[in-house]
Ligand binder design. Structure first.
Ligand code: FAD
Length: 393
């Protein structure tokens, strides 16, 4: 049984991340979100200079080499202030690159990611393959020493401005479901790769969302990441880590929303007293506080499992993201309610927390897909009997 206890160093990292997020990121996020702008490269550079990029990248490649739980506590604090910024310090690309990349690929790309000079994107979703990601049709075929790629990806965060994209493409049409899919590293400016439409979303607006088009896009054999046909396996390993961290990020957003609402309720008076004095509202806040704590601890537990690479890590991470997303949705909705009509205006950040949160139940594994993974695991345990369950608790 893996359990966790935050070390003194992890507590220090969490407190430092809270200070950095509030003092450095807070003012930038307020301005960017008010103006409907983007998280800029200058902000990413500033984050890197302050030690908040490449959190999980080993020091020999310029990163901090932090364990998963340390990443989770830092990104929880960052998300409480600006969820969009917290997408960058641990990317979905880093895991497969560390796990399956060649030394040459690692040396070439990881230092640039860690320094904030390289924006990355993760290109899986297609017009006809969302939840059913195994049914992607983007295809790459060998032509001499090259690969030639054709297909379209949609909803790709930072796709329009990414310097480096990890692309999922089918390389074997006859492989069994989930197999025959490979990862490719695609650099901006590669001939045959272009950006299509941009999506105007209500969430994650500081990181633009775009369609990516591959038309006879020719890349050298060295662009293949890991073994041919093993792409889905690599990404499952990555998800155990990123979904555990995602759970902590949800707890962070929820905490940020409730903290703001509670502050507001100390001074907003109705019926001759502050809102914070009304027992009905206090009890509602207490209930949500308990749920946020549960989401936080579940995600920390999942992060510890991911770090140890236990068999249960993927399902624990799915639980952390599922539960965290649901708690965050409930909390941010109530945070708006606590502010009444004021909560619906852009005078207060709770409207943004409320909008952004919906993504947490859709992106990086929707709630339904996570439930599917968890329920499969539970059924397997039921079939294996009580001893299997106790062994994994
Ligand atoms: C802001 C934003 C950023 C994104 N960034 C990225 C990115 O960077 N890279 C990337 O690859 N993708 C990205 N996505 C895409 C995201 O991962 C997909 O939207 C998600 O996987 C769901 O796919 P879909 O939208 O096609 O919904 P669909 O697959 O059409 O599903 C619609 C609904 O049906 C449910 N559903 C589907 N199948 C089942 C089932 N068998 N049982 C029960 N319910 C089911 C889903 O959970 C969902 O609620 C992003 C999306 C958004 C909105």
């Amino acid at each position: 049984m893996t359990t966790y206890r935050l070390s003194d160093e992890q507590i220090r990292l969490k407190e430092a991340a809270r200070r950095f997020s509030r003092t450095e990121l807070g003012p930038i996020s307020a301005e960017v979100e008010r103006e409907g702008g983007l998280l800029t490269r200058e902000t990413l550079k500033m984050m890197a200079e302050q030690g908040y990029m490449g959190l999980d990248i080993p020091p020999e490649f310029g990163g901090l080499g932090l364990d998963t739980l340390s990443c989770a506590v830092i990104l929880e604090e960052m998300s409480a202030v600006w969820f969009s910024a917290a997408s960058h310090p641990v990317t979905l690309l880093t895991g497969p690159l560390l796990f399956a990349g060649t030394e040459e690929q690692q040396r070439r790309f990881l230092p640039r990611v860690a320094s904030g000079d390289c924006i990355t994107a993760f290109a899986l979703t297609e017009p006809d393959a969302g939840s059913d990601a195994a049914s992607i049709s983007t295809f790459a075929h060998r032509d001499g020493d090259d690969w030639v790629i054709n297909g379209r990806k949609i909803f790709i965060t930072n796709g329009a401005r990414a310097d480096l994209i990890v692309l999922f493409a089918r390389t074997d049409r006859d492989a069994p479901r989930g197999g025959g899919i490979s990862l490719f590293l695609i650099e901006a400016g590669t001939p045959g790769f272009s950006v299509g439409r941009e999506f105007d979303t209500i969430a994650h607006t500081a990181n633009p969302i775009a369609e990516l088009i591959f038309e006879d896009c020719r890349v050298p054999a060295s662009s293949l990441l890991g073994a041919e046909g093993e792409g889905f396996k690599y990404i499952q390993v990555g998800f155990a880590k990123t979904r555990a961290i995602y759970g902590a990020r949800c707890a962070g957003v929820a905490q940020g929303a409730i903290d703001y609402a509670l502050d507001y309720m100390q001074t907003r008076e109705q019926f001759g007293q502050p809102l914070a004095q009304f027992q009905a509202l206090r009890f509602r806040a207490a209930d949500l506080g308990a749920k946020i704590a549960a989401a936080r601890h579940l995600s920390y537990h999942a992060a510890a499992l991911a770090q140890d690479g236990t068999d249960d890590a993927p399902v624990a991470a799915s639980m952390a993201k599922l539960f965290g997303g649901n708690v965050c949705t409930e909390v941010t909705q109530q945070a708006v309610q606590f502010l009444g009509g004021h909560g619906l205006t852009k005078d207060h950040p709770v409207e943004r927390y409320y909008r952004e949160t919906k993504l947490f139940q859709i992106g990086d594994g929707s709630s339904e897909m996570l439930s599917l993974l968890i329920s499969r695991h539970m059924n397997r345990q039921a079939q294996g009997g009580m001893s299997a369950r106790l062994a994994s608790d």
